[in-house]
Design a protein around this ligand. Structure first.
Ligand code: TYM
Length: 333
């Protein structure tokens, strides 16, 4: 950890295959921030437990997500990459923070309501407690900034509330974190329903570009993307949700600004535009996929990254937890 640098914290769940939404809104952005901050990036396998998982799949996806982080350019020499369940302080702080969080607040969380509707047969306590565990993740590391997609904004806000509540009840203990959201790309939408977030658990996979999709699949999905009948390639999220979403994706994957993309495609047809978007995405993902596969063949290396990550994260987290235990009156020997 470098003195004087602010702390940046984020995580993703090892559930399903990640999408270009996760890449644009999170991991790709982390890569750009890793030099400026002391970064902690976790694999949130404890959060994953809130919906039923097949154990062998969860295990496999854990390493696969670690390999993906690294393949995308997150550098384990610069950042602390670790598995949430390897640092027991997360569960312990979560328990403490539960006592400073109200049931009513948790019932109002949009994601809780959505997931409860989707998994009506399994509205478990973990699902409801999910934001408190996320607050524990963030607060253990004295995190200043949390780069996430807009779907996580409410959870970052509640983490701030919990931190302030605890600080007021005792004395300043936690850094109050701030969410950071991309101007372009904080919410990538579904290709078939461009008013809805692109989600790795979407019912129809044709609206979602998964990070392991091959070129043909990517091109095919973009060809089917919903646009409009207006035939102009202009960024206007309110009136042209589909085209604006495609322009955002193209901008991120080609490295061009939205303005540049608009002029590049001025006067050209949607068919040609969609093909260009598909090609930009496929060309960027191919080397990431190859690097991820290469890393996955080297399990010893990945295990080493996790071991060192757990030690480095554990040291910081245990210190914060000890401070919390002291403040709340847990007898220490
Ligand atoms: P998860 O695994 O659902 O998503 C990982 C990250 O990807 C972002 N994201 C998107 N961004 C733009 N457009 C989209 N369509 C899109 N879909 C997903 C998410 O906002 C997120 O940044 N609870 C978190 C993981 C977590 C966490 C944390 C994050 C656990 N502890 C502490 C920050 C800090 C989650 O389920 O992300």
């Amino acid at each position: 950890m470098e003195e004087g640098k602010k702390v940046l914290y984020s995580a993703a769940q090892p559930t399903n295959t990640l999408t270009i939404g996760n890449y644009i809104g999170a991991i790709g952005n982390w890569v750009k921030l890793q030099d400026e901050y002391n970064c902690f990036f976790a694999i949130a396998n404890m959060h994953a437990l809130t919906v039923r998982q097949v154990p062998a799949e969860l295990r496999r996806r854990t390493l696969s997500l670690l390999a993906l982080y690294i393949a995308c350019g997150v550098d384990p020499e610069k950042c602390v990459l670790y598995l949430q369940s390897h640092v027991s302080a997360h569960a312990e702080l979560c328990w403490v923070l539960n006592n400073y969080t109200y049931v009513g607040e948790m019932e109002r969380m949009t994601q809780f309501k959505d997931k409860s509707a989707k998994h009506a047969d399994n509205i478990n306590m973990g699902l409801m407690d999910y934001p408190v565990l996320m607050a524990a993740d963030i607060l253990l590391y004295n995190s200043d900034y949390i780069p996430v997609g807009l779907d996580q904004r409410q959870h970052v806000e509640i983490a701030r509330d919990i931190a302030q509540r605890f600080n007021n009840a005792y004395s300043p203990t936690f850094t109050v974190p701030e969410g950071i959201y991309l101007k372009v790309g904080a919410k990538i939408n579904d290709l078939l329903d461009p008013t809805k977030k692109m989600s790795k658990s979407a019912e129809n996979p044709n609206g979602v570009i998964f990070l392991d999709d091959d070129k043909d699949t990517i091109i095919r999905k973009f060809k089917r993307a919903v646009t409009d009948s207006d035939a102009s390639i202009k960024y206007d999220p309110e009136n042209k949700a589909g085209v604006s979403n495609l322009l955002t994706i193209y901008s991120v994957f080609s490295g061009k600004s939205i303005k540049e993309a608009e002029s590049e495609f001025a006067g050209r047809g949607y068919g040609e535009f969609k093909l260009a978007v598909g090609e930009a995405v496929a060309d960027k993902l191919a080397p990431i996929q190859a690097e991820q596969a290469r890393l996955l063949a080297d399990k010893a290396y990945l295990d080493g990254v996790l071991k060192s990550g757990a030690e480095r994260a554990g040291r910081v987290a245990d210190k914060t937890l000890a401070k919390v235990y002291r403040k709340i009156g847990f007898y220490q020997i």
